[in-house]
Design a protein around this ligand. Structure first.
Ligand code: AMP
Length: 281
């Protein structure tokens, strides 16, 4: 397992791999890897001859008052995880390497980027699409792996790839949770002991939604109102949004009938903004 810092070097390695006829999988991450990332890497290692894991805290997807500077980083620990799972390369460029040109170009997936997380994070998805397109052009993967934990991100990337004919297959990977039900996230490290207990309210509320729906409660506002009550009962929580949406358009669904739907939520626990969801497709 090798750590590569420059675009030229990774391109040369990929060129050699292509001469051998190897298929390539890419797992884009911001590092501080956990078993959620591990599951994406596992899928890639299983289905491709070679796997590149990018570890890059992308400045363009952070807003002015977000946690860019304090976002957790530990490349040594990340290397151990990638090595253990069988990844071949960590691509870990500096921001100056990734953004050495003028940087005029952004990609806007209209209609999908402005809603849900895009309301509190208006520039976030333009930054995500920018860095992911750059990674696709640098690594030229056959397959790329995205976690369903960031469901809106997955839908946006999938749409961008379809719209712009990127020659890569986007593979979704199920959410990996701690035993407690808390969805794994690099940002969980910010939570205090008591906040961690409150963070369980997200998965508890989603479980309740699932069971209400299986008991034929199809009215979204009723389901959302029960979820709100659960989360508001825990200290330190502040709901950003809870929505039930169509899985392709991300438009609100008022009444769940035959549509494919996702129950999505974003909640501040203390100062940490957590997201989670339950998707029914
Ligand atoms: P991040 O490093 O947070 O940008 O995440 C990199 C990739 O890992 C994204 O595609 C995430 O959706 C995915 N990911 C993060 N946490 C989880 C999790 N708990 N389960 C599955 N995938 C995850």
């Amino acid at each position: 397992m090798k750590i590569v810092k420059t675009i030229d070097e990774i391109r040369n390695i990929i060129k050699e791999w292509r001469k051998e006829g190897y298929s390539v999988g890419l797992v884009p991450t911001m590092g501080y890897l956990h078993e959620g990332h591990g599951s994406l890497i596992e899928q890639s290692v299983k289905n491709n001859d070679k796997t590149v894991v990018s570890v890059f805290v992308n400045p363009t997807q952070f807003g002015p008052n977000e946690d860019l500077e304090k976002y957790p980083r530990d490349i040594e620990r990340d290397s151990k995880l990638v090595e253990r799972i069988g990844g071949d390369i960590i691509f870990n460029p500096e921001a100056s390497e990734m953004y050495s040109s003028a940087g005029f170009t952004t990609i806007k997936v209209e209609g999908l980027s402005e809603k849900l997380c895009g309301i509190t994070r208006p520039t976030h998805f333009a930054g995500v699409c920018q860095v992911v397109s750059k990674l696709f052009n640098i690594v030229t993967p056959d397959n790329a792996y995205f976690g369903l934990k960031d469901f809106q991100q997955y839908v946006i990337i999938k749409t961008m790839v379809d719209d712009l004919n990127f020659p890569v297959k986007i593979n979704p990977v199920e959410i990996v949770r701690e035993e407690s039900g808390l969805a794994m996230s690099s940002r969980n490290v910010y939570l205090t002991y008591d906040e961690r207990k409150s963070a369980l309210s997200l998965s508890i509320a989603l479980k309740t939604a699932k069971s209400l729906i299986s008991n034929r409660e199809y009215n979204s506002s009723k389901i959302i109102s029960e979820m709100k009550q659960i989360i508001n009962n825990y200290p330190y929580t502040k709901i950003d949004y809870i929505k039930i949406v169509n899985t392709t358009t991300l438009n609100d669904i008022d009444y769940i009938e035959n549509e494919k739907y996702a129950v999505l939520l974003a909640v501040y626990v203390g100062k940490t903004r957590l997201i989670d969801n339950y998707v029914c497709e």
